[in-house]
Design a protein around this ligand. Structure first.
Ligand SMILES: Cc1cc2nc3c(=O)[nH]c(=O)nc-3n(C[C@H](O)[C@H](O)[C@H](O)COP(=O)(O)OP(=O)(O)OC[C@H]3O[C@@H](n4cnc5c(N)ncnc54)[C@H](O)[C@@H]3O)c2cc1C
Length: 480
């Protein structure tokens, strides 16, 4: 049987390939770079464990734990130190602990009396039902107030998307928040009453989901999946063109042309925009299912994927620094600190990596992982490593009381880090659906479609494997 081609050996592609292979479906994974994992990168050096991409995996769906068990990784799973729950947001030029319980919200000095009043008023703010798509900034100011946006949500947005709250769509980037307003009329009422619904769906809210990693970092997961896929993974093999054939798809890679039964694209949106795809049926025939129109238009039409180049991916530099504990005044007890733009620092935030997991630093040392760039300061991500270390140390000096030289320093720049689900993202999602219906047997999955988090990507990989398997078992080799 011809294999299913999977483009991209990030977590989405590897998850899809792993589950298809388990179901007996042959797969070939093409990866343009010389390593698997995509943005996941863990480095063990000098007693430190640096995590440049994601630091933790959130168990928001039962599929996450299932993948860990199926990959045989349960013994290597590492849960964070329960004492490292505290999260900080920078205000008054210092990290202020976020209230862990609702009651703490009323006593915290993170927000003024006016902002606290705005939260109490939120359940009585009329929901917006005119269908106008708002940015997360518009949504938060309308339901809460400007202070809540400037001092809390802006920091959160930097932490998740490295994004701009005035551009990110509440509908697409924070769909669960929008659903709370749509379904319950209020975010606060939705938080209180929505738990039961989530439980029914087997989902866990992101703020309550258990987070974890592995003994040697998250790359353990992608490396293990790749080992289990063995020869099926082809590194240094970029896919440039797909052409429809009578029995599937001909895939052109940097090493030649291979026939496949179907193709799943698990790369990035800019790389999707560069892909040449020939052999689509016209959208009108796809919609009407008109056989004659389908045959007439089968003359190898090219799909126009260029619009996907408009999806914005700002650059992010991950700067991992080690310090002797006595050189850091702050306890760093907790998950980390988020920094809103208004606070006036260059870094976007810092994860207290060695407080989360004990084996991230040698005894008596801290590992601090900071992020620079994003939509806030894209130009800073292009600085030299020495400049990145210097600007990060300067911010950490003010915020955490860091002194002296780092005992470890390493950085990785992601020129295109995280897709921005900005206002109007719906047109890209619609185009993705159209592409799949115009090119049966060509599937799209991953962070540019199904959510930007690591757990979203795993769920996306599981779902696309299920879709392909269903299509194959119903005899539609190249149909969705
Ligand atoms: C700095 C950073 C920090 C993050 N932190 C977190 C976090 O703490 N928690 C969290 O949940 N998420 C986090 N994320 C997001 C999460 O890591 C990603 O959404 C997820 O890993 C994406 O996986 P993916 O497989 O969809 O894409 P990618 O990891 O981007 O993999 C895509 C792969 O496809 C390959 N490829 C593309 N085009 C082609 C082609 N034409 N031919 C062959 N190969 C191709 C690429 O080389 C790449 O290896 C972070 C992301 C970044 C960048």
């Amino acid at each position: 049987m011809k294999s299913i081609a999977i483009i991209g050996a990030g977590i989405t592609g590897l998850t899809a390939a792993f589950y298809l292979k388990r179901k007996g479906v042959p797969v070939t994974v093409y990866e343009a770079s010389g390593r698997v994992g995509g943005v996941i990168q863990s480095l063990r050096k000098d007693g430190y464990l640096a995590e440049f991409g994601p630091n933790t995996l959130l168990e928001t769906s039962p599929k996450i734990g299932q993948l860990v068990r199926d990959a045989g990784l349960q013994p290597r799973r590492m849960d964070p130190d329960p004492k490292a729950e505290a999260r900080y947001v920078v205000r008054y030029r210092r990290p202020v602990e976020m209230p862990g319980k609702p009651i703490g919200f009323f006593t915290t000095d993170l927000f003024s009396f006016k902002a606290k009043l705005a939260v109490l008023r939120e359940p009585f703010v009329k929901p917006r039902r005119d269908g106008v798509e708002e940015s997360i900034a518009q949504f938060v100011v309308r339901r809460f107030n400007q202070e809540f946006l400037d001092h809390a949500i802006d920091a959160l947005v930097a932490g998740i998307y490295a994004g701009d709250p005035y551009k990110l769509s509440v509908t697409h980037a924070f769909s669960k928040l929008k659903a709370l307003e749509d379904n319950y009329g209020s975010m606060i009422k939705g938080q209180i009453f929505g738990g039961r619904e989530r439980k029914k769906r087997g989902e866990v809210a992101k703020d309550r989901a258990p987070k974890f990693s592995f003994d040697e970092g998250l790359q353990v997961l992608t490396d293990t999946l790749a080992v289990q896929l063995g020869e099926a993974v082809k590194l240094n093999t970029a896919v440039s063109q797909l052409s429809k054939t009578d029995t599937g798809w001909s895939v052109t890679t940097s090493r030649g042309e291979v026939e496949h039964r179907g193709v799943i694209f698990c790369g990035t949106a800019p790389r999707l925009a560069e892909l040449q795809v020939n052999g689509a049926r016209s959208s009108s025939s796809a919609r009407t299912g008109d056989r004659i129109a389908q045959i007439q238009s089968a003359a190898l039409q090219a799909l126009d994927l260029k619009p996907f180049s408009e999806i914005r991916y700002p650059p992010v530099a991950s700067v991992v620094l080690g310090f002797r504990r006595e050189d850091v005044a702050h306890s760093c007890a907790g998950f980390g600190m988020l920094i809103p733009r208004i606070a006036g620092f260059k870094i976007l935030g810092t994860i207290f990596s060695s407080s989360l997991f004990p084996n991230r630093a040698p005894a008596g040392h801290h590992t601090l992982t900071s992020y620079v760039g994003g939509e806030r300061y894209p130009e800073l991500a292009a600085k030299s490593p020495e400049e990145l270390y210097a600007l990060t140390c300067e911010d950490l000096r003010v915020l955490l009381g860091v002194r002296g030289k780092p005992t470890f320093q390493h950085c990785v720049v992601y020129p295109r880090a995280i897709p921005q689900y900005n206002v109007g993202y719906g047109r890209f999602k619609q185009l993705m659906t159209e592409v799949e219906s115009q090119a049966p047997g060509f599937y799209l999955a991953g962070h540019y479609r199904d959510g930007v988090s690591l757990s979203d990507s795993i769920v996306s990989g599981c779902h696309v494997a299920e879709r392909v398997e269903k299509a194959l078992s119903s005899g539609q080799a190249t149909r969705t």
